[in-house]
Design a protein around this ligand. Structure first.
Ligand code: AMP
Ligand code: MG
Length: 402
């Protein structure tokens, strides 16, 4: 077996990952629990919203023409014929020339009225109302279907629902919302040197950083992470853990042992149970990455270095998760910044540089691979495409925020 990886471009690796994404599975959740989930079907307005013309201020519903030229010095004088009751289906009043009806915010517009004068611009004297400002037709009113028309698509499938969206879903009468099921992602850490977080590492040992970190990111990304603990670099226990995880998960992520060292077993274990589709990606960090399939389940072998595992999670695994969730836009947040320092890059591989952002300027955070502190002293990553030999200081760059 060759000791070298057959490296493919990032776009090909992403395409390979997307191709093996299991189809979206849907479920329904109560509307108040739908924020943060991905909408699985278009939501259509079940009626006009609002369902009636309404006032958007406390004031007097009038015929706008009756207020033409009204001022403090020469107010329009109208006769108030009644009050609209909130929530009442029919105002039971009609505004005719020279009359008005008091209408609270959200009240039904009385027949005949086409505008509302804010109460602040009026003065009441018994049944007479002095109007001190003119209004134009439609002023201070919402027309039936101004928000949404019955049958209109209000929210499209594939949208990551925000808390505001749930308010609109509620307005549409969507009690239970169709959303993508959260993919269950198994996480396996490998390496004889790893000890659980609860242990104090002895000589030569380190704590398992990847499992909690990957799980935290995946949870935020809308998945259900399941940690299967640490497996030693021994084929049997490795295979046994994968066999346990497979039926319980939709996707499996293994970190460590993904290269071609004698101890690296991930590729052989995946090949033994299924097939390895990709082994080696032109990305830095993250070159020794594996994409495989066992049965119909995608299995990823991520490099052990936490920063590299993280970059591969974002660049290669997330596009697959997007497919599984039916997401139309990746979930990560980005911002733009000006580069505070030039960054050289090796052509032929896509490079991800951690950056610290301050006042709109992004400074690269360089550090030897394997260092953890760069993860917390940076706000995100910038991507240097494989065709570039670097980015110049002063360039505007997109930062993928972690
Ligand atoms: P490997 O990919 O197994 O060759 O590991 C590369 C480096 O990442 C080694 O220094 C490992 O000790 C380290 N490493 C592997 N897995 C983890 C993990 N779960 N947490 C922290 N470091 C790890
Ligand atoms: Mg290892």
């Amino acid at each position: 077996m060759s000791r070298f990886l057959r490296v493919i471009p990032v776009t090909d690796a992403v395409a390979a990952a997307e191709k093996i994404a299991p189809p979206v599975k849907t479920e329904h959740v109560p509307v108040e629990q739908s924020a943060g989930r991905v909408l699985a079907s278009d939501i259509v307005a079940d009626s006009d919203i609002p369902g009636f013309d309404r006032s958007i201020v406390d004031g007097y519903a009038v015929r706008a023409a009756d207020t033409a030229g009204a001022s403090d010095a020469v107010p329009a004088i109208l006769h108030c014929t009644g009050r609209v009751a909130m929530g009442s289906p029919d105002p039971g009043h009609t505004v005719t020339h020279g009359t008005c009806v008091y209408t609270p915010t959200g009240g039904v517009m009385p027949q005949g009225a086409d505008a509302v004068v804010m109460v602040e611009n009026t003065e009441e004297a018994g049944e007479t109302v002095l109007v001190r400002r003119p209004v134009s037709s439609g002023e201070n009113t919402l027309l039936r279907d101004d928000d949404f028309r019955q049958g209109e698509t209000v929210l499209p499938a594939g949208r990551l629902l925000s808390p505001q969206d749930t308010g609109v879903l509620a307005a549409c009468g969507c009690v239970s919302v169709p959303v993508a099921q959260k993919p269950v992602v198994g996480i396996i850490s490998t390496g004889n040197e790893l000890v659980p977080v609860s242990s104090r590492p002895g000589p030569g040992q380190i704590r398992d950083v990847n499992a909690p970190m990957l799980a935290a990111y995946l949870r935020e990304y809308g998945c259900i992470p399941r940690i299967y603990g640490i497996v030693r670099d021994e084929r049997e226990s490795f295979e046994a853990t994968i066999a346990t995880a497979l039926p319980e998960c939709d996707v499996i992520i293994i970190s460590g042992g993904s290269s071609k060292d004698d101890r690296d077993m991930t590729s052989a274990v995946i090949a033994g149970a299924g097939e390895v589709l990709v082994h080696g990606i032109a990305i830095a960090p993250g070159k020794p990455t594996i994409i495989g399939l066992i049965g119909k389940k995608p299995v990823f072998g991520l490099p052990g270095h936490p920063a590299a595992a993280f970059v591969v999670l974002i660049t290669i695994v997330c596009p697959l998760l997007d497919r599984m969730l039916g997401l139309t836009k990746p979930r990560f947040r980005t911002t733009r910044a000006v580069l505070g320092e030039s960054i050289p890059s090796q052509k032929g591989r896509e490079e991800y540089i951690r950056v610290r952002c301050a006042d709109g300027i992004a400074y690269p955070v360089f550090g030897k691979s394997g260092l953890l502190h760069t993860l917390i002293r940076s706000e995100g990553l910038i991507r240097i495409p494989s065709v570039c030999e670097g980015f110049e200081k002063g360039m505007s760059v997109e930062v993928i925020l972690w």
